[in-house]
Ligand binder design. Structure first.
Ligand SMILES: NC(=O)c1ccc[n+]([C@@H]2O[C@H](COP(=O)([O-])OP(=O)(O)OC[C@H]3O[C@@H](n4cnc5c(N)ncnc54)[C@H](O)[C@@H]3O)[C@@H](O)[C@H]2O)c1
Length: 269
């Protein structure tokens, strides 16, 4: 097992990870499971999720729940959150990782592609955030006489931005718009969810070696590597470790409403 925190850091907690069929999401689901969390894996393809869950279980970790859903579809997300609540009785947090790209310069970008990219990132992040609040955290707040929850339970939202939200990126008018929106949504979520005892933060990665990056031509990837101060790509496991540190209240318990730049020094704010 690849431990970055104490082994039982998330024992007794339920974490939803969207986009966990591959790439960063899969690495996050694996690491959180290895640290004791009951992870609910959300992605489009049920078979890929099942295989991934079996693989995670084989790595000395709690077996994840498999919850196939399209994050951009309201009905899917409502059902996914209800299913996780039914099976576990509690949701501690969500890592909104699911993402897509449809790169093309503005002059050639179809409106359908623009809307598709916005829907997966922005609608998906909104829908999971809202549904967990509507079905779980807000009712807890009401049951507490509308008083802030100060029960020391770990509750969190971790959203996925990108270095390109701030630097811009040719071919990604839709993706960069979506990531900028996600950073703003993270701040609003932190403000609104403070009363639920929820910390809401975002990660803004630089280039990470995943199937998404594999769509970029080799010389483009080499140029990205060079643009980082560290002179290399990030591995998904390293990004997952950053996420685990944000989720763990012992590490980041006084941090909310923030965007963590994890870009190898590619862009200095
Ligand atoms: N890889 C990078 O270099 C990089 C850099 C910055 C930010 N990011 C962000 O990190 C996140 C993960 O990226 P990745 O590189 O692992 O991507 P990836 O393409 O390897 O994996 C994305 C996953 O999201 C799933 N997904 C896509 N649409 C979905 C939908 N509608 N509903 C449910 N699941 C859906 C896919 O099936 C896939 O399993 C994304 O939000 C991405 O924008 C990645």
């Amino acid at each position: 097992m690849y431990a970055v925190l104490r082994e039982d850091a998330f024992l007794g907690e339920t974490h939803i990870v969207t986009g966990s069929g591959q790439g960063i999401g899969l690495a996050v689901a694996t690491l959180l499971s290895q640290h004791g969390a009951q992870v609910a894996m959300v992605d489009l393809d049920a078979n890929r999720l099942k295989e991934a869950a079996i693989e995670i279980k084989g790595q000395n970790a709690a077996a994840p729940l498999v919850v196939p859903a399209d994050v951009s579809q309201e009905d899917d997300v409502q059902k996914a959150v209800a299913q996780v609540l039914e099976e576990t009785g509690c949701i501690n947090g969500v890592v909104n990782v699911a993402g897509v790209t449809r790169d093309a310069r503005i002059a050639k970008k179809s409106f359908d592609d623009f809307k598709f990219v916005m829907a997966v990132h922005v609608h998906g992040t909104f829908l999971f955030t809202r549904e967990i609040a509507a079905q779980h955290w807000h009712p807890m707040f009401k049951a507490n006489d509308n008083q802030p929850l100060r029960d020391e339970v770990n509750r969190f939202v971790v959203n996925f931005s990108s270095v390109s939200a701030r630097s811009g990126n040719i071919g990604q008018i839709d993706y960069t718009a979506a990531k900028g929106a996600i950073e703003s949504m993270t701040k609003t979520t932190a403000l609104e969810f403070a009363g639920y005892g929820v910390r809401a933060n975002a990660v803004a990665p630089g280039p990470v070696r995943t199937p998404m990056l594999a769509q970029v031509p080799e010389q483009g990837v080499a140029a990205m590597e060079k643009r980082t101060l560290l002179g290399r790509l990030c591995e998904p496991e390293q990004m997952a470790a950053t996420v685990a540190g944000i989720i763990d209240p012992r590490v980041s318990g006084f941090t909310t409403g923030q965007v963590f730049a994890a870009n190898g020094g590619m862009y200095l704010d």
